[in-house]
Design a protein around this ligand. Structure first.
Ligand code: AMP
Length: 528
């Protein structure tokens, strides 16, 4: 990793990057934490040459704000960037960026966007952000720039600015990274005492409560805002059941000494930031509060479209049982990808087409109408219709089972099925499982779960299944070995190897019942 401090060195290094290489850029103010790291990691996976800048930009700090106090652990930040695979780190001084005493040009985004939310309380802040980001974009000339959704107003303004000024960069917003307690990571969390840190979970807790009300059907913004304001009035209220248990310790300790003050809470349209009265599509609830002397912000996005839940993980961890139950309990569609391939196989056979005849099969699938509908019967995961005909039962016959892998291996069939799965995804409200579901089919699924269990636990479950089926001459050690071998093969195979998506939540099910797994997944839903 190269570290440069001057604009001329930066420009020289950028001019050396081959035009065929994609430049990814992560602008930061340093004091890097896992939130920053998630942006850098994404940049490293999606682009060829990652540039990070660390610059505490005086232009975006108000007179009485924390410019001097802002943490600057530069050596530690350098080590993090190097370890994550950053190619070029830019750490300029203030005089390098703003050399003259004269007034500099200020980029002024639309007042409608800078005068709401934080803009009301931090005058000149977003003009300062827009100015430094424009300057950095001009110097780094990135293809993609990564920003955290944590600063939702900042991302919305930068997206609008790049569009209005035709700056040729894709602005990618990335999910908020939180501590287990729900507290959004921020360089400013360093200012908090441990009591204040506990109290600070109130921001997310109150947002979650409003989010839950929204999920239960509340669309009136005044009512949703009221829920949050209420939480700030009575911080001792225990967290709603089924949500993250953030509040246990808050109830035990006397934290009333910590002064907590809500600065604002608003519900706005996520792109334009204009206030909403009723939510018909999507909305941003943004909040700012003082915890002692530290000002923190947080937000959640609400979308009327239900999310996609993608489940992945090794064989035998309980994926399909969990997926079916979860879909049923949530009223979502269980996207039974196996059933889709079975349906096509049935159609091929019904039309007397040879299962090896790729050409005829390709033209057959080109115009196929395939529907998956929720089923109320736990034994039948989904109702399947092909060209209007209900074939739920027919696809489970041995005739279909014997041929399905030959049909499913054909690229025309696979492409059509993935496209169809993605069409279902666009409507939302689905639970999908499968090897590459979170990495390839739904890389932007709102909730990704990597369901796993140790080989020992999976072998024990399998042994019980086998014993229930009357098989008694298999021992646990043989099963453990078989599972370990299969895991190895699955994770090293060339096509679609088993791999945990970067943003998946790993859920180890060794000591959990199916009910407990389902409850856990439901509680994660609140995070999306
Ligand atoms: P900052 O150093 O505070 O200017 O932040 C640099 C970038 O990291 C911005 O795009 C932030 O939105 C992003 N960021 C900060 N905290 C988080 C977080 N907890 N999760 C995701 N992104 C974050």
């Amino acid at each position: 990793m190269l570290i440069v401090t001057s604009i001329s060195e930066l420009q020289r290094e950028i001019s050396r990057v081959s035009p065929s290489q994609k430049i990814g850029f992560v602008p930061t103010m340093g004091a890097l934490h896992s939130g920053h790291e998630s942006l850098i990691q994404r940049a490293v996976t999606e682009t060829d040459f990652v540039v990070v800048s660390i610059f505490v930009n005086p232009l975006q700090f108000g007179k009485n704000e924390d410019l001097d106090q802002y943490p600057r652990p530069l050596e530690q930040d350098k080590a993090i960037c190097k370890q994550l695979g950053v190619k070029l780190l830019f750490t300029p001084s203030v005089t390098e960026i703003y050399p003259s005493e004269e007034e500099t040009t200020i980029v002024n985004p639309p007042t409608a966007m800078t005068s709401v939310l934080c803009g009301k309380y931090r005058q000149g802040h977003f003009q300062g952000v827009a100015t430094i980001v424009t300057k950095l974009f001009n110097l780094v000339r990135p293809n993609v720039a990564y920003f955290g959704q944590k600063d939702a107003q900042q991302v919305a303004i930068i997206k609008k600015m790049t569009k209005d000024l035709n700056i040729p960069v894709k602005v990618q917003s990335c999910p908020i990274i939180r501590e287990k307690s729900g507290l959004a990571l921020s360089s400013r969390n360093q200012y908090l005492s441990s009591e204040e840190k506990e109290k600070a979970t109130l921001l997310y807790r109150s947002l979650s409560k409003a989010q839950r009300a929204f999920q239960e059907g509340e669309r009136d913004c005044q009512k949703l805002l009221q829920i949050i304001k209420e939480e700030f009035r009575s911080p001792q209220t225990p967290l709603n059941k089924g949500g993250l248990n953030l509040n246990d310790s808050l109830n035990k300790k006397g934290l009333n000494d910590v002064n907590i003050q809500l600065q604002y809470v608003e519900i706005v349209e996520p792109e334009t930031l204009q206030p909403l009265t009723e939510i018909s599509d999507s909305a941003l609830i943004a909040i700012a509060a003082y915890i002692g002397n530290t000002r923190l912000i947080d937000n959640v996005i609400l979308t009327v479209t239900k999310p996609i839940i993608a489940l992945d993980g090794p064989a035998g961890a309980g994926k399909s049982t969990v997926s079916r139950r979860l879909a049923r309990e949530l009223g979502y569609i269980y996207l039974d990808t196996g059933a889709m391939y079975r349906a096509i196989t049935w159609l091929v056979m019904e039309n007397n087409i040879n299962v090896e005849d790729e050409e005829s099969i390709a033209s057959l699938v080109a115009n196929v109408q395939l529907e998956l509908l929720p089923s109320d019967n736990l034994q039948i995961p989904v109702t399947v219709k092909i060209n209007g005909q209900d074939i739920t039962k027919e696809i489970r016959t041995p005739r279909v089972t014997n041929q399905v892998s030959k049909v499913a291996a054909q690229s025309a069939v696979r492409e059509k099925m993935v496209a169809l799965q993605q069409e279902y995804g666009a409507k939302g409200g689905i639970v999908a499982e499968g090897r590459d579901i979170g990495t390839n089919v739904f890389p932007r699924a709102q909730l990704k779960i990597f369901l796993t269990a140790t080989p020992q636990a999976r072998a024990k479950r399998r042994l019980i299944d086998l014993q229930n089926q009357g098989e008694s001459n298999i021992d646990l050690d043989t099963l453990i070995k078989e599972i370990e071998e299969r895991d190895y093969l699955d994770s090293t195979r060339a096509i679609a190897p088993l791999k945990k998506a970067e943003d998946a939540i790993e859920l180890i099910t060794d000591n959990l019942t199916i009910d407990q797994v389902i409850e856990k997944i439901k509680s994660y839903l609140i995070l999306v």
